[in-house]
Design a protein around this ligand. Structure first.
Ligand code: KG4
Ligand code: ZN
Length: 380
């Protein structure tokens, strides 16, 4: 089976094509293409992602990325003739994506590539951004007559941890031997949640942030320290040379008996600290803040692992790139629990994770039923 996946939930435009072979339950995958085009440079000057700019950039980038992906996957077939101008169905599908329509008309129709399904992120994320990917998927589905499988973005992040690379060939991988239940700690710019996974496709959110996401806190504190956007990588780099015990920032809700998080108070504590101290070492602030976030994430996750007798801890999301978090989780892990960490290059948003997760979905969804769901939950 060949899968084409599209991911446009935030500020990365991503397309991946994978091929699966072998047994249905223990497939071997080959990455035929995996392209991520980041818009960070565009959003940087605004200090965060601007939804309308993201929407516009996705419209501009999707067609050239698709063409490159098809070529890399050797699925590119020649353009045959000009797209009929009167194709009103296509015009309807892309009525709100005029820029994307224009770019599609420049290259389509292409001969139908040998692809079995199109996977597309339908949420959670920024709705204007999600819609571009969804309508692109619908347009391709219409032109090529290939079914669509709508995917949850957070489920994709879980699968980055479940990928087991073939030691010899970086393009080949399988899925880790999974023993349930799995507890997944998902930490990104928009979400922070602990998910109990009883099987593939069976998810319960047992804890989540009641205000800011962990990545969001990193981004906001980085802004206060003038470290630019996105803040996570900048803070963790600076923290390397700082003293994590220099400032006793609060560990919000660490003692509370729920698996929920709160990071907005911590962010405010940093703000007050900077306001009330005329001289401070940025690196100590970064290190102490990072330690506070990691301590809370680790404490709650360990409690969840024990309470649910988890066999595996899977880490996912942009903040999964954080070296201190990776190490602290490993050090705190109960015996007999296996920690699965994603490859650093797959921690940020990408379409490969959407492709892999979609392999396990049985049925496609009729295009008409697919909508952007900004607040979609992994448990839906
Ligand atoms: O999953 P992701 O790429 O996008 C969303 O779906 O939100 O996550 C992006 C978030 C940003 O907030 C970024 O600052 C954070 O991940 N991040 C990090 C690190 N690298 C990225 N946070 C802490 N340490 C890092 N090394
Ligand atoms: Zn994400």
């Amino acid at each position: 089976m060949k899968i084409l996946a599209i991911e446009t939930s935030c500020d990365e435009t991503a397309i991946s094509i994978i091929e699966s072979k072998g047994k249905i339950k223990s497939p071997k995958f080959t990455i035929l293409s995996n392209i991520v085009s980041s818009q960070v440079a565009i959003h940087k000057e605004f200090g965060g992602v601007v939804p309308n700019l993201a929407e516009r950039e996705h419209q501009k980038s999707l067609v050239p990325i698709l063409m490159t992906a098809l070529k890399q996957a050797k699925l590119f077939k020649k353009k045959r003739h000009a797209l009929k101008k009167e194709d009103s169905t296509l015009r309807n599908i892309l009525s709100r994506e005029q820029e994307l329509l224009k770019r599609m008309k420049e290259v389509f129709p292409l001969e139908v590539p040998l692809i079995d399904r199109i996977a597309v992120t339908h949420g959670p994320g920024l709705e204007p951004a999600l819609w571009v990917g969804i309508n692109f998927a619908k347009a391709l589905s219409y032109l090529w007559n290939i079914p669509i499988v709508p995917m949850n973005h957070m489920e994709g992040h879980i699968f980055t941890a479940l990928i087991k690379e073939d030691g010899k060939n970086a393009k080949k991988f399988s899925i880790e031997k999974i023993r349930f239940p799995i507890v997944a700690l998902l930490v990104s710019g928009g979400h922070t949640e602990i998910v109990l996974m009883k099987n593939i496709g069976k998810y319960t959110i047992i804890g989540e942030t009641i205000d800011d996401a962990a990545g969001e806190a990193f981004d906001k504190v980085a802004k206060m320290l003038n470290l630019g956007y996105p803040g996570g990588p900048a803070i963790s780099k600076l923290a390397d040379s700082g003293d994590a015990s220099a400032i006793p920032f609060p560990r919000p809700m660490i003692k509370k008996n729920s698996y929920d998080f709160s990071f907005s108070g911590l962010k405010t504590a940093v703000l007050y600290y900077l306001r009330d101290h005329t001289s401070y070492k940025k690196r100590d602030v970064a290190a102490s803040f990072q330690q506070a976030v990691v301590d809370v994430l680790t404490a709650k996750t360990m409690r969840a692992l024990k309470a649910h007798k988890a066999k595996i801890l899977a880490l996912g999301g942009g903040v999964a790139a954080n070296a201190l978090l990776r190490k602290t989780l490993q050090d705190a892990l109960p015996r007999r629990v296996k920690l699965l960490l994603p490859k650093i290059s797959l921690t940020g948003d990408n379409a490969l994770m959407i492709a892999v997760a979609s392999y396990f979905k049985k049925k496609p969804t009729p295009a008409k039923m697919i909508t952007a769901r900004g607040n979609a939950k992994i448990s839906d």
